[in-house]
Design a protein around this ligand. Structure first.
Ligand code: NAP
Length: 257
């Protein structure tokens, strides 16, 4: 399957994995809806990609934790953009690495509202048209944290375990349709993820990738590209992608200095 003229909605397209997907899919001729809160980044990206690859790009400023914001964006979506072929549910974040006894309920709410409720809210908007057309592909970005739990990561891991349950449940609900559901689950990827997690503390963020080689956002974009270009009868259910230096959430080779 080719991406030429397919409409793809990427959430969290202003940075990291989402941004890498935008670049790669535009190169393959897709029409893109780029969604995030930082609209100025999306506007610049849209301009760059549409002039470089001659594809249509729609930047959309949406906070996926704000239902009103989502409702507004989808009710005002021009007809030409309403038939979304592929949804990449990528927007997500971790905040902090505190133990539960020291954690912040405010931060937990943000993680749960973004990684679980936000993902569901966007899916809920996009899926009815896919069901009507009996075609489409939902790609949820999970994590090694969808498979394992690590100290100080209980809530983030819970939100990514939920992503896994939602991906499996979605596929069950869509049995008998031609709609595909995939979960792409990265290990450590160097993006803004750690900067966000540690509240822009550069030192703490850099320590995460100290003396090891993480994945790049493009490594994950390439994996997603593989999943969304399989023939119509093939559904990639799940791919776990780790850096060679990462054997589990806690076992990391740090001898690469
Ligand atoms: P990133 O560089 O921080 O990008 C996160 C993206 O999510 C940004 O574009 C951000 O855009 C968007 N976002 C966050 N909250 C949002 C909200 N409320 N509404 C709309 N957009 C929102 O991190 P990344 O590594 O690319 O993360 C992408 C996905 O991969 C996440 O689901 C993450 O959990 C998962 N993941 C990452 C790693 C890793 O090591 N990096 C590993 C496994 C899984 P704005 O700030 O502009 O809104």
């Amino acid at each position: 399957m080719t991406l030429k003229n397919k409409t793809i909605l990427i959430t969290g397209a202003s940075s990291g994995i989402g941004l890498a997907c935008a670049n790669l899919f535009a190169k393959h001729g897709a029409k893109l809806i780029l969604l995030a809160r930082r609209k100025y980044i999306l506007d610049e990206l849209a301009e760059k990609l549409s002039s470089k690859y001659k594809v249509e790009i729609l930047p959309l400023k949406v906070d996926i934790t704000e239902q009103k914001n989502i409702d507004e964006a989808f009710t005002t979506l021009a007809e030409a953009w309403q038939n979304i072929d592929i949804l990449i549910n990528n927007a997500g974040l971790a905040i902090g690495k505190d133990k539960i006894q020291d954690g912040s309920i405010k931060d937990w709410r943000v993680m749960i509202n973004t990684n679980i409720v936000g993902l569901l809210a966007i899916t809920n908007k996009v899926l009815p048209t896919m069901v009507e057309n009996n075609t489409g592909h939902i790609v949820n970005i999970g994590s090694i944290a969808s498979h394992e739990v690590y100290p100080g990561g209980a809530v983030y891991c819970a939100s990514k375990h939920a992503e896994k349950a939602i991906s499996k449940g979605l596929k069950l609900d869509l049995t008998g349709t031609n709609i595909k559901v995939s979960s792409i689950d990265p290990g450590m990827v160097e993006t803004e993820f750690s900067l966000v997690r540690f509240n822009k503390n550069n030192k703490q963020a850099q320590a995460i990738y100290q003396d090891m080689q993480p994945l790049t956002a493009n490594d994950i974009a390439e994996t997603i590209l593989f999943a969304i270009t399989r023939p119509a009868h093939v559904n990639i259910s799940e791919i776990l992608v780790l850096p060679v230096d990462q054997s589990s959430t806690t076992l990391i080779n740090r001898n690469r200095s």
